[in-house]
Write a protein that binds this ligand. Structure first.
Ligand code: FAD
Length: 271
């Protein structure tokens, strides 16, 4: 069966009654999950090409919306909107850098529609921060629930597994800094967002935007092994790591290098 159509009217929207049913439907019909549609919709309109089948996700399914404190950290329902995230007291307590970042993500109307999982699957601005925090995805699959590291490549593969929630470790004592470079501050695709997390003994670095969402393990290792490398060597290493993982624009790589320098100072690296 053809999986795409050229007219909006030919799209079939399936409304499953549960998360498991959604997974079964997506597998059987080759359907695309749809949450706030704020990323999908503009892409379809631009390309004048729609999926034949959509599987509508429902925030009323248990565990899919809201934020809870758990032993392993904070559990964020996948269909929690960006607006809810930016206002939630637990986020202000655990992760004050996040509401600051969200002020730079789209405008209020889009933040009321867009969801956390939708943002991560689209490689949006949250990806860099959540990757650097070692976020885990709680998935509903055909074979039951499963937990996977965000860094394990779910974003790139986008399988039929459904994200139910995202678990962030308790980062209250960590130093966290994020910076975004866009064409304009809002209403434009991100050029690059960089996040830097100092979790006590280790520093973690991730980037998202034009070159795609990535942890930067080689640069991280160089930064974590103390003073054995000069700043020039570390800058070269970062440039080559970025290039090898898809960041082809040299001007943008230079901008990211400057952002990393700024963020390292913000988290007090080398203090
Ligand atoms: C004007 C405008 C400005 C924007 N500005 C920004 C910006 O500054 N920064 C930014 O990061 N983004 C921006 N966006 C993009 C978008 O709004 C956000 O990324 C939003 O968070 C996407 O969430 P959504 O729920 O609308 O995703 P959707 O469009 O519904 O889905 C996006 C992808 O996620 C998948 N998906 C959604 N939920 C799940 C789930 N639970 N499990 C598995 N797969 C799932 C879908 O299948 C799809 O592939 C902007 C969009 C617009 C229209």
């Amino acid at each position: 069966m053809q999986s795409e159509v050229n007219a909006r009217g030919e799209v079939r929207v399936l409304r499953p009654g549960s998360a498991r049913e959604a997974v079964t439907m997506a597998r059987r019909w080759g359907g695309t999950y749809i949450a706030g549609a704020s990323w999908l919709q503009p892409v379809w309109e631009r390309d004048q090409c729609w999926p034949r089948c959509l599987v509508a996700l429902d925030p009323r399914w248990p565990g899919f919306r809201g934020i809870e404190r758990a032993e392993r950290g904070l559990v964020i329902g996948a269909l929690t909107t960006l607006d809810e995230l930016s206002r939630h007291p637990l986020i202000h307590d655990y992760l004050p850098a996040l509401p600051e970042l969200l002020k730079l993500v789209a405008g209020p109307g889009v933040r009321r529609l867009g969801t956390v999982a939708g943002n991560l699957c689209a490689g949006g601005d949250l990806s860099a921060l959540f990757l650097s925090l070692d976020a885990r995805l709680d998935l509903v699959g055909c074979d039951g629930p499963e937990s996977k590291s965000l860094a394990a490549g779910y974003i790139a593969s986008q399988g039929v597994d459904l994200i139910q929630s995202i678990t962030l470790p308790d980062s209250r004592l960590w130093r966290i800094a994020v910076d975004k470079l866009g064409h304009r501050e809002r209403f434009s695709p991100t050029r690059a967002t960089v996040a830097c997390v100092h979790g006590g003994d280790r520093l973690r670095l991730a980037v998202c935007g034009e070159g795609g969402p990535r942890r930067l393990p080689i640069t991280e290792a160089a930064l974590n092994d103390g003073h054995s490398r000069s700043d020039v060597d570390r800058a070269r290493l970062l440039a080559s790591e970025l290039e090898s993982c898809g960041w082809q624009d040299p001007t943008l790589r230079l901008a990211i290098q400057r952002m990393v320098d700024y963020l390292l100072a913000e988290v007090g690296h080398d203090d």
